[in-house]
Each structure stands twice: as C-alpha cells, then as structure tokens.
Design a protein around this ligand. Structure first.
Ligand code: CDP
Ligand code: CDP
Length: 222
C-alpha cells in the first residue's frame, strides 16, 4: 500500500492531467488518470457500435471491457484489450460521448472499484490520482486533496491551443456542454470540506505544479 495519496479534481482544461503527471514525476509517485477509464469505455462502446445514450446497453458491455491504464508517469499508456488507445481516447468523437457513459451509476461504481484497487496495490511512495470525484468519492481519505480550478476563459484557451484542428468556438461550446453534463453527476466546481483550492488562472504551468507540490508537502507534514 502506498503511503501518500494525492487526490486532484477539477473541470476540463484546469490542468489536472498535465500538472498531476508532472507533480508525480517530481515526487517519484505513481499517477492515475481516472478520466482515461471513462474515455476508454467510451472508445469501447463506440467500437462496438453501442448507443452511448442507452444506459442498459452500456452496462451490458461492462463484463467484456478490459482495459489497462499505466500508472508510471514516465510511461503513460492506455489499452483496451490489446489495442493501444492512448491517443484515440482523446479524439473529439470520444470526448463527445464520454459524459453519457460517466453518468451511468453502474459504470461509476465499476471503475471506482478498480481505481481503489490500483491505489491500494501501488508500491510507489505515493500516487497522484486525478479526475472529478477523487477528493469526494474515490479517495476522500487522501493525504492531500486539491481542487484545481481556472477561469472558463483560461481553460478554453488552453484547450483551443491543444486542438488546433478545431475552431475556438467549437472547442468552447463542446467544453461548456461537457462541464454542464458532468456537473449534474458530481460537483467538481466547489471544494468539499478539507479540500484546498489551487486556482491556476494566472499561473503558468510550472507555477501550477509548484503550487500543487506545496499543498502536498504541507499535508504530508500534518
Ligand atoms: O481531461 P479532461 O478534463 O478533458 O477530461 P478527463 O479527465 O479525461 O475526463 C473525461 C470525462 O470522464 C469527463 O468529462 C467526465 O465525464 C468523466 N470523468 C468522471 O466522470 N469522473 C472522473 N473521476 C474522471 C472523469
Ligand atoms: O486534465 P485537464 O483537462 O484539467 O487539463 P490538461 O489537459 O492537463 O491541461 C490543458 C492544457 O493547459 C495543457 O496543454 C497544459 O499544459 C495547459 N496548462 C497551462 O497552459 N497552464 C497551466 N497553468 C496549467 C495547464
């Protein structure tokens, strides 16, 4: 069992994945991207021509869904069965359906069980786990609990910079729609009791990593 569990939640584009991965590298910790599990199931559902809005069909697909998410921050990869889906789960067609998948309670309890097993089995000195409900549901007892936020404007411009093939307005409306849908399922816009907010709006990437590392170090001392 790992000693230090760091839980990071926040909306799309706040910097959760990149900042959590960088913090894990700096600390020699494992890194778990929980959104990748919801994306991998979305990829699997699309691959099987299953209607993502049909919750019963999505639940019926769960027993055949086999995926691996690497927890080494230097060798991050995601596989469904034998297929490497590390890049394909970021495609807009997957992003467009992931909220349909993530709102199904049976899906959430299935993947939450797997996340807890991964946290329990980690042998690294610590693990950084990021998503939407890590501070509240997956690991409410984590050593450090962080809500990483940024203004909607900052988040959209970061995402637009990454998705150069799409127009800024397409990126903005897809992101707003997804945050709205996801917010109906879990609250990742307000910090729960005991959770420290790191607002990255005016911070550059390195400053955000440093701010997260400060919260981790402070919580390890208490
Ligand atoms: O990186 P980005 O913020 O765009 O999204 P992500 O972390 O890859 O998560 C993809 C989707 O998975 C989210 O839009 C949520 O629908 C879902 N998700 C969730 O419901 N709970 C989590 N702990 C993580 C992700
Ligand atoms: O996982 P999430 O959707 O919260 O965000 P991300 O994919 O880690 O970050 C989105 C983009 O914002 C990445 O290209 C980061 O490098 C960038 N970023 C930034 O420009 N400034 C920050 N303070 C934090 C992240």
């Amino acid at each position: 069992m790992t000693e230090t569990v760091v839980a990071v939640d926040g909306p799309a584009g706040s910097g959760k994945s990149s900042v959590s991965k960088a913090a894990a590298k700096r600390l020699g910790f494992d890194y778990l991207d929980t959104g990748a599990a919801y994306r991998a199931l979305s990829w699997y559902v699309l691959d099987g021509n299953i209607d993502s809005t049909d919750a019963a069909a999505v639940v019926a697909s769960l027993p055949g869904f086999r995926y691996t998410i690497g927890t080494d921050p230097f060798g991050y990869h995601v596989r469904v069965g034998e297929t490497d889906v590390t890049d394909s789960i970021r495609e807009p067609r997957v992003t467009a359906v992931v909220s349909n998948i993530a709102r199904v309670p049976e899906v959430r309890s299935h993947v939450t069980g797997i996340f807890r097993d991964i946290i329990r089995d980690s042998v690294a000195p610590g693990i950084v786990v990021e998503g939407r409900d890590i501070t509240t549901v997956v690991a409410p007892d984590a050593t450090a609990r962080i809500l990483l936020t940024a203004s909607e404007e900052a988040r959209m411009s970061r995402r637009s910079a990454e998705l150069a093939s799409e127009s800024a307005s397409e990126v903005a409306s897809a992101l707003q729609k997804r945050d709205r849908a996801d917010s109906r399922v879990v609250d990742f816009m307000t910090a729960a009791a005991g959770v420290t907010t790191v607002d990255s709006t005016t911070l550059n990437f390195d400053e955000t990593v440093d701010a997260v590392l400060d919260v981790i170090r402070t919580s390890q001392k208490t």
